[in-house]
Design a protein around this ligand. Structure first.
Ligand code: PRP
Length: 212
Protein backbone atom coordinates (compact mmCIF):
# COMPACT_ATOMS: atom_id res chain seq x y z
CA UNK A 1 0.00 0.00 0.00
CA UNK A 2 3.05 2.26 0.44
CA UNK A 3 3.02 3.06 -3.25
CA UNK A 4 -0.56 4.34 -3.42
CA UNK A 5 0.09 7.51 -1.49
CA UNK A 6 3.69 7.83 -2.66
CA UNK A 7 3.50 10.22 -5.50
CA UNK A 8 1.40 12.77 -7.20
CA UNK A 9 2.59 11.36 -10.53
CA UNK A 10 0.90 8.02 -10.02
CA UNK A 11 -2.09 7.48 -12.31
CA UNK A 12 -5.16 6.28 -10.44
CA UNK A 13 -7.89 4.45 -12.33
CA UNK A 14 -11.46 3.71 -11.21
CA UNK A 15 -13.08 0.75 -12.93
CA UNK A 16 -16.67 -0.46 -12.54
CA UNK A 17 -17.09 -3.74 -10.71
CA UNK A 18 -18.99 -6.37 -12.69
CA UNK A 19 -19.48 -7.50 -16.27
CA UNK A 20 -18.55 -4.21 -17.93
CA UNK A 21 -15.54 -3.68 -15.68
CA UNK A 22 -14.06 -7.04 -16.65
CA UNK A 23 -14.45 -6.18 -20.35
CA UNK A 24 -12.81 -2.80 -19.81
CA UNK A 25 -10.02 -4.26 -17.68
CA UNK A 26 -9.18 -6.72 -20.47
CA UNK A 27 -8.66 -3.70 -22.78
CA UNK A 28 -6.23 -2.26 -20.23
CA UNK A 29 -4.43 -5.60 -19.96
CA UNK A 30 -4.17 -5.94 -23.75
CA UNK A 31 -2.72 -2.43 -23.83
CA UNK A 32 0.00 -3.49 -21.36
CA UNK A 33 -1.54 -2.18 -18.14
CA UNK A 34 -1.66 -5.26 -15.97
CA UNK A 35 -2.50 -5.32 -12.28
CA UNK A 36 -1.68 -8.53 -10.44
CA UNK A 37 -4.72 -10.13 -8.82
CA UNK A 38 -7.23 -7.78 -10.42
CA UNK A 39 -9.40 -10.57 -11.85
CA UNK A 40 -8.99 -13.04 -9.00
CA UNK A 41 -12.11 -13.86 -7.05
CA UNK A 42 -11.15 -12.07 -3.84
CA UNK A 43 -12.69 -9.19 -1.90
CA UNK A 44 -9.66 -7.01 -2.59
CA UNK A 45 -10.48 -3.74 -4.37
CA UNK A 46 -7.22 -1.83 -4.82
CA UNK A 47 -4.33 -2.99 -7.00
CA UNK A 48 -1.11 -1.36 -8.03
CA UNK A 49 1.67 -1.73 -10.51
CA UNK A 50 4.74 -0.03 -9.09
CA UNK A 51 6.66 -0.35 -12.33
CA UNK A 52 3.98 1.52 -14.29
CA UNK A 53 3.36 3.88 -11.38
CA UNK A 54 -0.34 3.18 -11.65
CA UNK A 55 -3.04 1.99 -9.35
CA UNK A 56 -6.43 0.64 -10.24
CA UNK A 57 -9.49 0.05 -8.10
CA UNK A 58 -12.93 -1.50 -8.41
CA UNK A 59 -15.95 0.59 -7.42
CA UNK A 60 -19.68 0.30 -7.99
CA UNK A 61 -20.39 1.36 -11.61
CA UNK A 62 -22.63 4.22 -10.49
CA UNK A 63 -19.83 5.59 -8.28
CA UNK A 64 -17.08 5.80 -10.93
CA UNK A 65 -17.91 9.47 -11.79
CA UNK A 66 -17.79 10.41 -8.09
CA UNK A 67 -14.20 9.18 -7.74
CA UNK A 68 -13.20 10.82 -11.01
CA UNK A 69 -14.97 14.13 -10.39
CA UNK A 70 -13.34 14.50 -6.98
CA UNK A 71 -9.90 13.53 -8.29
CA UNK A 72 -9.52 10.36 -6.21
CA UNK A 73 -9.17 8.74 -9.62
CA UNK A 74 -7.45 10.53 -12.49
CA UNK A 75 -9.31 8.47 -15.03
CA UNK A 76 -12.03 5.85 -15.05
CA UNK A 77 -14.38 3.88 -17.21
CA UNK A 78 -18.14 3.83 -16.99
CA UNK A 79 -21.21 3.35 -19.12
CA UNK A 80 -22.62 6.28 -21.07
CA UNK A 81 -25.89 5.60 -19.20
CA UNK A 82 -24.27 6.63 -15.93
CA UNK A 83 -22.81 9.78 -17.49
CA UNK A 84 -26.24 10.68 -18.90
CA UNK A 85 -27.90 10.00 -15.57
CA UNK A 86 -25.43 11.74 -13.26
CA UNK A 87 -24.08 14.49 -15.57
CA UNK A 88 -20.76 14.66 -13.70
CA UNK A 89 -18.32 17.53 -14.25
CA UNK A 90 -15.63 15.38 -15.89
CA UNK A 91 -14.20 14.85 -19.36
CA UNK A 92 -15.51 12.06 -21.55
CA UNK A 93 -12.35 11.16 -23.45
CA UNK A 94 -13.21 8.22 -25.65
CA UNK A 95 -15.67 5.51 -26.54
CA UNK A 96 -14.10 2.24 -25.42
CA UNK A 97 -16.31 0.28 -27.83
CA UNK A 98 -17.14 -2.22 -25.10
CA UNK A 99 -20.42 -3.08 -23.45
CA UNK A 100 -22.59 -1.89 -26.32
CA UNK A 101 -26.26 -1.96 -25.42
CA UNK A 102 -29.34 0.25 -25.50
CA UNK A 103 -31.52 2.05 -23.03
CA UNK A 104 -35.08 1.10 -23.84
CA UNK A 105 -38.65 1.34 -22.68
CA UNK A 106 -40.04 -2.16 -22.17
CA UNK A 107 -43.36 -3.54 -21.10
CA UNK A 108 -45.34 -6.75 -20.90
CA UNK A 109 -45.86 -8.55 -24.21
CA UNK A 110 -49.52 -7.50 -24.19
CA UNK A 111 -48.84 -3.88 -23.17
CA UNK A 112 -50.80 -1.21 -24.99
CA UNK A 113 -50.41 2.42 -24.11
CA UNK A 114 -53.30 4.59 -23.02
CA UNK A 115 -52.06 8.13 -23.70
CA UNK A 116 -54.87 9.67 -21.62
CA UNK A 117 -53.39 8.18 -18.43
CA UNK A 118 -50.16 8.93 -16.57
CA UNK A 119 -47.60 6.28 -17.46
CA UNK A 120 -45.99 4.54 -14.46
CA UNK A 121 -42.34 3.81 -15.18
CA UNK A 122 -39.95 1.84 -12.97
CA UNK A 123 -36.28 2.54 -13.58
CA UNK A 124 -32.76 2.80 -12.26
CA UNK A 125 -32.42 5.93 -14.42
CA UNK A 126 -34.93 8.51 -13.15
CA UNK A 127 -33.18 11.51 -14.74
CA UNK A 128 -32.85 9.94 -18.20
CA UNK A 129 -36.46 8.79 -17.97
CA UNK A 130 -37.80 12.17 -16.81
CA UNK A 131 -35.96 13.94 -19.62
CA UNK A 132 -37.17 11.43 -22.24
CA UNK A 133 -40.85 11.76 -21.31
CA UNK A 134 -40.59 15.52 -20.80
CA UNK A 135 -39.41 15.80 -24.41
CA UNK A 136 -42.25 13.60 -25.56
CA UNK A 137 -44.69 15.68 -23.53
CA UNK A 138 -46.01 12.56 -21.82
CA UNK A 139 -47.21 12.55 -18.17
CA UNK A 140 -44.90 10.18 -16.31
CA UNK A 141 -44.92 8.79 -12.79
CA UNK A 142 -41.32 7.71 -12.27
CA UNK A 143 -40.66 4.95 -9.75
CA UNK A 144 -36.93 4.76 -8.92
CA UNK A 145 -35.62 1.25 -8.20
CA UNK A 146 -32.12 -0.13 -7.52
CA UNK A 147 -32.22 -3.23 -9.74
CA UNK A 148 -34.36 -6.14 -10.93
CA UNK A 149 -36.68 -3.57 -12.51
CA UNK A 150 -38.04 -6.21 -14.89
CA UNK A 151 -40.36 -7.53 -12.22
CA UNK A 152 -42.10 -4.15 -11.75
CA UNK A 153 -44.54 -4.47 -14.70
CA UNK A 154 -44.94 -8.20 -14.08
CA UNK A 155 -46.11 -7.54 -10.52
CA UNK A 156 -48.11 -4.43 -11.42
CA UNK A 157 -45.86 -1.87 -9.73
CA UNK A 158 -45.44 -0.06 -13.05
CA UNK A 159 -46.77 -0.06 -16.61
CA UNK A 160 -43.32 -0.09 -18.21
CA UNK A 161 -39.64 0.06 -17.34
CA UNK A 162 -36.74 2.06 -18.68
CA UNK A 163 -33.68 -0.16 -18.50
CA UNK A 164 -30.56 -1.39 -20.23
CA UNK A 165 -31.03 -4.08 -22.85
CA UNK A 166 -28.00 -6.01 -23.98
CA UNK A 167 -28.96 -9.45 -25.32
CA UNK A 168 -32.66 -9.06 -24.52
CA UNK A 169 -32.60 -12.30 -22.53
CA UNK A 170 -33.75 -10.73 -19.25
CA UNK A 171 -36.76 -9.17 -20.99
CA UNK A 172 -37.66 -12.39 -22.80
CA UNK A 173 -37.40 -14.50 -19.66
CA UNK A 174 -39.81 -12.16 -17.90
CA UNK A 175 -42.30 -11.98 -20.80
CA UNK A 176 -41.43 -8.39 -21.62
CA UNK A 177 -40.63 -6.72 -24.94
CA UNK A 178 -38.95 -3.52 -26.10
CA UNK A 179 -41.51 -0.82 -26.85
CA UNK A 180 -39.18 2.07 -27.73
CA UNK A 181 -35.42 2.44 -27.85
CA UNK A 182 -34.18 5.62 -26.19
CA UNK A 183 -30.49 5.50 -27.19
CA UNK A 184 -27.40 3.35 -27.71
CA UNK A 185 -24.73 3.31 -25.04
CA UNK A 186 -21.26 1.86 -24.42
CA UNK A 187 -18.35 2.19 -22.02
CA UNK A 188 -16.51 5.51 -22.01
CA UNK A 189 -13.06 6.52 -20.79
CA UNK A 190 -13.42 9.54 -18.51
CA UNK A 191 -10.95 11.88 -16.82
CA UNK A 192 -10.82 14.30 -13.93
CA UNK A 193 -10.54 17.83 -15.35
CA UNK A 194 -7.45 18.94 -13.48
CA UNK A 195 -5.73 15.56 -13.85
CA UNK A 196 -6.24 15.92 -17.58
CA UNK A 197 -4.55 19.28 -17.44
CA UNK A 198 -1.59 18.25 -15.30
CA UNK A 199 -1.10 14.64 -16.44
CA UNK A 200 -2.22 15.07 -20.02
CA UNK A 201 0.72 13.25 -21.56
CA UNK A 202 0.28 10.12 -19.42
CA UNK A 203 -3.50 10.13 -19.80
CA UNK A 204 -3.33 10.63 -23.56
CA UNK A 205 -0.92 7.73 -23.88
CA UNK A 206 -3.22 5.46 -21.87
CA UNK A 207 -6.19 6.57 -23.99
CA UNK A 208 -4.32 5.84 -27.25
CA UNK A 209 -3.15 2.43 -26.12
CA UNK A 210 -6.45 1.33 -24.61
CA UNK A 211 -8.54 2.48 -27.57
CA UNK A 212 -5.94 1.41 -30.16
C1 PRP B 1 -28.68 -5.17 -16.66
C2 PRP B 1 -30.03 -4.56 -16.95
C3 PRP B 1 -30.85 -5.76 -17.31
C4 PRP B 1 -29.84 -6.69 -17.94
C5 PRP B 1 -30.01 -6.67 -19.43
O1 PRP B 1 -28.68 -5.65 -15.37
O2 PRP B 1 -30.53 -3.85 -15.83
O3 PRP B 1 -31.42 -6.35 -16.16
O4 PRP B 1 -28.54 -6.20 -17.61
O5 PRP B 1 -29.14 -7.58 -20.06
P1 PRP B 1 -29.67 -8.59 -21.15
O6 PRP B 1 -30.45 -7.81 -22.16
O7 PRP B 1 -28.43 -9.18 -21.74
O8 PRP B 1 -30.51 -9.62 -20.45
P2 PRP B 1 -27.39 -6.07 -14.59
O9 PRP B 1 -27.06 -7.49 -14.86
O10 PRP B 1 -26.28 -5.12 -14.90
O11 PRP B 1 -27.84 -5.97 -13.08
P3 PRP B 1 -28.93 -5.04 -12.35
O12 PRP B 1 -30.27 -5.67 -12.60
O13 PRP B 1 -28.54 -5.10 -10.92
O14 PRP B 1 -28.84 -3.65 -12.91
Amino acid sequence: MRCIWRGYAMIKIALPKGRLGLKVYSLFEEAGYKFEGMTEKTRRLVFENEELEMMCFWVKPYDVPVYVERGTADIGACGKDILMERKPDIYELADLNAGQCTIAVAGKNDFSDDASRTLRIATEFPNITREYYRRKGRMADIIPLRGSVEIAPVLGLSDVIVDIVETGATLRENNLRVIETICSISARLVANKSSYQFKREEITQIMRRVTG
